[in-house]
Ligand binder design. Sequence first.
Ligand SMILES: [Ca+2]
Length: 576
Amino acid sequence: MIKKGFLIIMAALFVVLSGCSNNSNPGEQTSESGGSNPPADSASSDSASESSGPVNYDPLGKYDKPVTLTTGICVDPSASKNLPEGDTLDNNVYTRAVKKDLNIELKSYWSVSCTNLDQKISLAIASNDLPDAMVVNRVQLREMVEADQLADMTEAIQYALPMSKDAWESSNGAAMAAATFNGKIMAIPSSNHADGSLHSLWIRKDWLDKLGLEVPKTLEQLEQVARAFVEQDPDGNGAADTIGIIGMDVNDTLYPTFLDGSDKGLGSIFYAFNSYPGYWIKGPDGKAAYGSILPETKEALALLRDWYAKGLIDKQLGVRKDANEPIISGKAGIFFQSLWAVYTPLTDAWKNDPKANWQAYASPLDSNGKWNQAVNAAANDFIVVRKGFEHPEAAMKALNYRLTYGDHYEFEYGLDASHIPLRIDTQQRYQMKQIAELIERVSIGGEPKEILDVPWEPALYDQDYDYYLNVKKQPYDEYDIEYWNLENMVQMPRIYGRIVGTRPIRDPNRNDVESLIYEQTDTMTKRWANLMKLETETFLKIILGAAPLDSFDEFVENWKRQGGDQITNEVREIVD
Ligand SMILES: [Ca+2]
């Protein structure tokens, strides 16, 4: 569910972006105008990588002689039908540009629909019949390293764009570490930002103000506020019809896991106990352990059970059809979600009530004052090159080209993204935090607009600051809803997310907790679905009061016996 929402947001973002990003000047354009200059100013450094002098690691350097790079790729078959007549997966506006600018001939070794990709990659690995390059996940990467199927990418990485190198460093090396085996870099890792995976406290500040309450920071304060939201008629209609805390609906999960995100849920309550259900963390003995079976998780469940019994949490927890509905209709005061809440549900909530003062905070804190959050992996996807391929750096250059010009071909030429091979992201790990700080340095600090001109987010300079001036009322350092212009509900949520949505992300108490692994072990592939079902059902029953709190202990024993212990050993083999 979260992935789907995220894709929709990204699609919307790119549509907006496409109208204003003029910073690319790729090959097809110049060839149309009859020009002979390649876009990358590589005329003087064309052959650097093949000369005998010191190597110039030009990210977009053109080969003297053609290099053929075959890829395994998943495509959207319906999108292939939209190609201009005569164009194919191997011969289209993008592949021609790459040939012209880099002298790389991109050819598909195989292509499958994206639903069949994992299976196809597994077959390719098992039969050792591999394309020159493809994108794999962590499990597949490990398998290929163990089978000695991969080219050493340590030198090829030198050709990365400065933007990508910065992105990898932004996770303190975690992204590159995920691609490194015995000191050798065996893949080009993605870099994914953590900021969008944090579950902030979103709260009706107008309700707080009306009832004379402060923003809750501790679990005790959160309980008091939730109780007031339920009992003191914050919406002023004279009826006892408001919900304190919204949790998850029937399509969502109670918390994110090392395999999947959650949209809302109540993960942040667990984290305030230093409990990380669904994540693999260091246990009390320093060894890898599964967070869901540790005593802190039982403590958190006890509190949630108590709050549910007191009517502070949505009565329809886990069975409600759509958790957004009470938020949109103005009947709920608290939920936990990422900054993307500004799109769904808050855009509709504001259309319904432009005075609904939804604000985001880093809360609740643990007993040490830390705002703990379980975050996503620094790297999820990896470009691998088969052992024996003569030009591993060609895969790096192809990625560089995609990162530099891919959007241009998608939006100016309508080429479906799936037709561009070797797609991974290299985002700054704390990208949203940096964006917010840059915008405020200009708007509040008075620094020149030019500091917004960063290569990893062109929209910031080209578009977002103009949006900001359209939607933010003065004074710029006041963030309540009355200081926002809600006339343009495309621009306003985007900027509200970047400023108010990132307030928790910038909080000094923020403490990111990563899972020790973000992949399935062998036994997990057989047992995990059942174990997860056991966990989900047990925890929900405990919270709803349908099972005693001590059924947690029985769950732990069952979990261990039904494959959990074996899985824990497998995880320890990987990470300890
Ligand atoms: Ca009411």
